[in-house]
Design a protein around this ligand. Structure first.
Ligand code: NAD
Length: 347
């Protein structure tokens, strides 16, 4: 349903923004402003059709409401997708048009990087809207959120290894990484430094070769990575990797990664639990990037303070696992209920 399922909060506002001159076709979805302006990145992607783009925008923006609430940010949830034009296009002009669309919402939505967009896109947009973040600033904190996202995933894996695998450190823990992109690469570095043994896969062979050379990683094919013989699985590519066909083959005991919307369905979370696999919900563990751009937007703090705030994700993982025990439910369902209870104005 365009207006959401009966048990879900419907979107407050969805804007279809088109500009014939630049070829812009964008969907700006404001799910909730209950906690503050809707904050979430902009995805630049090729979609099979316009409905698929709309579906992506709606799912991602609802996810941002939950992510921002669990991260205790004074922001609601929103997301934008720009449908990548089929032919040649003028990128700065396209993002300028998108910036004007963001501005037209007068602050109800604040944008930043997501898959397919860069700090350069955000910088260019600044001339057209003040509601943009993720911008490198000379001598001040700001810019690419990916390392902060990776740090949040890393502290989540540390907490999960301690609490679910009952191991005191990451030394010798085997981790499979699906995707060595902006987040996956930084995560691989953090894990390697902590003594983890890496198994990696990426469609980009150069990234895999670099991980083999620099981090001593073992490479496997993209169809083997989910079923690799490891302790931890970290999905850091695209969504819906945990589904009815992949779950029976997973050998890891803990799953924590950066990719948004990893579970194809809520029921897939139940199946993982039945198999004794602890799945740490994506929107809990990958909040480091939004914590970073939100602080930058509010012009708050320095690098060390941001890292300290991102590190608190590890404490939330511990609290979530307590809730799971107390409520006799799955991490996915417990996180969902916890986040939804926080979709109110923060005190
Ligand atoms: P990215 O595009 O830089 O990296 C994705 C990587 O996955 C690329 O190297 C790509 O080649 C690889 N890949 C694609 N399909 C694959 C497959 N089938 N098997 C193996 N590898 C594959 O993106 P990113 O910024 O690193 O983000 C990764 C995920 O984390 C995305 O789902 C994104 O939405 C999510 N996320 C990112 C951030 C952030 O700060 N960048 C924050 C929150 C969530």
């Amino acid at each position: 349903s365009l207006f959401g399922l009966p048990d879900q909060k419907p979107h407050e506002r969805v804007l279809l923004a088109a500009d014939a001159e630049t070829g812009l076709k964008a969907i700006l979805a404001v799910h909730s402003t209950a906690r503050g302006p809707a904050f979430g990145g902009c995805r630049f992607w090729t979609y099979d059709n316009e409905l698929a783009a709309l579906n992506d925008a709606l799912r991602l923006s609802q996810g941002m409401s939950l992510k921002n609430a669990l991260a205790d940010l004074p922001f609601g949830g929103g997301k934008a997708v720009i449908i990548k034009p089929a032919g040649d296009f003028d990128r700065p002009a396209l993002f300028a048009a998108f910036g004007r669309a963001v501005q037209s919402l007068q602050g109800a939505y604040i944008t930043a990087e997501d898959v397919g967009t860069t700090t350069a896109d955000m910088l260019g947009m600044q001339a057209h809207t003040q509601f943009v973040s993720g911008i490198p600033r000379a001598g001040a904190f700001g810019g690419d959120p990916s390392p902060k996202t990776a740090w949040g995933v890393f502290v989540s894996i540390e907490a999960g290894v301690r609490l679910h695998l009952k191991r005191s450190s990451l030394d010798g823990v085997r981790v499979a990484l699906q995707g060595l992109g902006a987040v996956g690469w930084h995560l691989a570095e953090f894990l390697h430094k902590a003594g983890a043994k890496l198994v990696v896969a990426d469609v980009d062979a150069a990234k895999v070769a670099r991980a083999q050379e620099q981090l001593g990683a073992t490479a496997v094919g993209i169809h083997e990575i989910l079923s690799a013989d490891v302790d931890v699985l970290a999905p850091c590519a695209l969504g819906a990797s945990l589904n009815a066909s992949s779950i029976p083959t997973i050998r890891a005991q803990l799953i924590a990664g950066a990719a948004n919307n990893q579970l194809a369905t809520v029921e897939d979370g139940d199946t993982l639990q039945q198999r004794g696999i602890c799945y740490l919900p994506d929107y809990l563990v990958n909040a480091g990037g939004i914590i970073s751009v939100a602080r930058e937007y509010r012009n708050e703090g320095e690098e060390s303070a941001v890292m300290a705030e991102v590190s608190r994700i590890g404490e939330r993982v511990a609290e979530l696992l307590e809730r799971v025990k107390a409520e006799g439910t799955t991490p996915g369902r417990a996180a969902d209920a916890w986040a939804r209870s926080k979709l109110v104005k923060p005190v």
